[in-house]
Ligand binder design. Structure first.
Ligand SMILES: Cc1cc2nc3c(=O)[nH]c(=O)nc-3n(C[C@H](O)[C@H](O)[C@H](O)COP(=O)(O)O)c2cc1C
Length: 347
């Protein structure tokens, strides 16, 4: 199975939902996913005008890489350690959930999707995150089930639900040996969760502190777009933050994540692990996010296309491709290891 086969299959299966375009940029003028402002469900697109989704892409597009070619030959090394686990690349499977957003169970079941992400990421030597949506409950846990099947090799991100429910999710995550847990605080605006009687909330520092202390696992706060929220996450005891606007799906007219990442990095680098997502489509994008100061990145919409088009093999092949292009980008910018990737490679 080639990457092209996977994407062709995904295009067929996601008809009417996602065009599996060569460039996934959320362009409100031309992309079939961008119909939300006309009353359609959000699908796989961005909220409202689609500006936040598009801003992620534009922010990365603006960044320029400095080509540095004269020097000794080397084999770029993309390996690193995250939460004490060795991984082959600084690229992780994002906490995308809810197949209803991308065609429903006729396209792929939630269970199959979660399996594809977790098993596919593990096969590529990296880690799949799993999210949370209104079809999930303490009785229905496809993300945790997939992580369990993978011997605990995964990360559970819970929506900012009632504290007691989150604590129970995290307890189960710990029992199955998950690598880390966390919450997507940006999920607090979701109306569909409340509609299905699973209300979500803004979380205070005290709430987060309670969640951090209910588990021995590293705790991740996802949805950080400001220095203030990054500092608050550290105050709460988080081990990692994810600089994310949820792929532009929760608040219209936010900046792109690559725009806010440098100021967050300036303030908190070294105090907390910094992950980032939003518009990361290629190994070149990965290099840019790392040069801006992220320790690793997460892949969102592209894992949907990879999983729908090729299951766990599709996800593995997609990650191996990302790694291959990251290696090439590192070779061309004189970065033998991830530590060599600094703002100096930008121009
Ligand atoms: C269809 C869809 C469902 C998502 N569901 C979740 C979720 O349940 N939990 C979560 O933390 N993030 C969720 N996200 C956001 C992603 O984790 C990630 O932040 C975003 O997709 C990154 O941007 P990208 O798609 O441009 O790569 C979802 C994104 C999409 C497109």
């Amino acid at each position: 199975m080639s990457l092209e086969d996977i994407r062709n299959k995904a295009r067929e299966k996601l008809k009417g939902v996602c065009g599996v375009y060569k460039i996934c940029d959320g362009d409100p003028m031309g992309r079939i996913c961008q119909g939300q402002s006309y009353g359609r469900p959000i699908g796989i697109g961005g909220i409202g005008s689609g500006a936040s989704f598009a801003n992620n892409i534009k922010a990365l597009e603006k960044i320029r890489l400095k080509m540095r070619l004269i020097g000794p030959q080397f084999e770029p090394d993309t390996s690193m350690t995250l939460f004490g686990k060795p991984i082959t690349m600084p690229i992780l499977g994002g906490s995308v959930s809810g197949v209803n957003s991308f065609g429903g169970e006729n396209v792929i079941t939630e269970k199959e999707f979660c399996r594809a992400v977790v098993i596919g990421c593990k096969a590529a030597g990296t880690i799949g995150f799993r999210g949370d949506t209104y079809t999930y409950s303490l009785d229905e846990t496809p993300g945790l089930d997939a992580i369990h099947e993978a011997g605990g090799w995964g990360v559970k991100i819970s929506k900012p639900r009632e504290q007691s429910v989150m604590i129970e999710f995290f307890k189960r995550a710990e029992q199955i040996g998950c690598i880390a847990v966390g919450t997507d605080v940006e999920g607090c605006g979701s109306s569909i969760m409340a509609k299905y009687n699973k209300p979500v909330f803004r979380k205070s520092v005290e709430d987060l502190r309670e969640l951090v202390s209910c588990t021995s696992l590293p705790f991740i706060v996802k949805g950080i777009m400001t220095v203030e929220d990054a500092i608050a996450s550290i105050e709460a005891g988080a081990s990692a933050i994810v600089v994310s606007n949820h792929g532009g799906r929760v608040l219209d007219h936010t900046p792109g994540t690559a725009e806010v990442l440098p100021e967050i990095v300036d303030e908190v680098k070294g105090k907390v692990t910094i992950l980032a997502d939003g518009g990361v489509r290629t190994g070149f994008d990965v290099l840019k996010m790392l040069a801006l100061g992220a320790d690793a990145v997460l892949i969102g919409r592209d894992i949907v296309r990879a999983a729908v088009g090729g299951g766990s093999d599709g996800v593995r092949i997609h990650f191996e491709y990302l790694q291959k292009i990251l290696r090439r980008a590192m070779l061309m910018t004189d970065c033998p290891t991830l530590k060599d990737i600094t703002p100096d490679i930008l121009c």
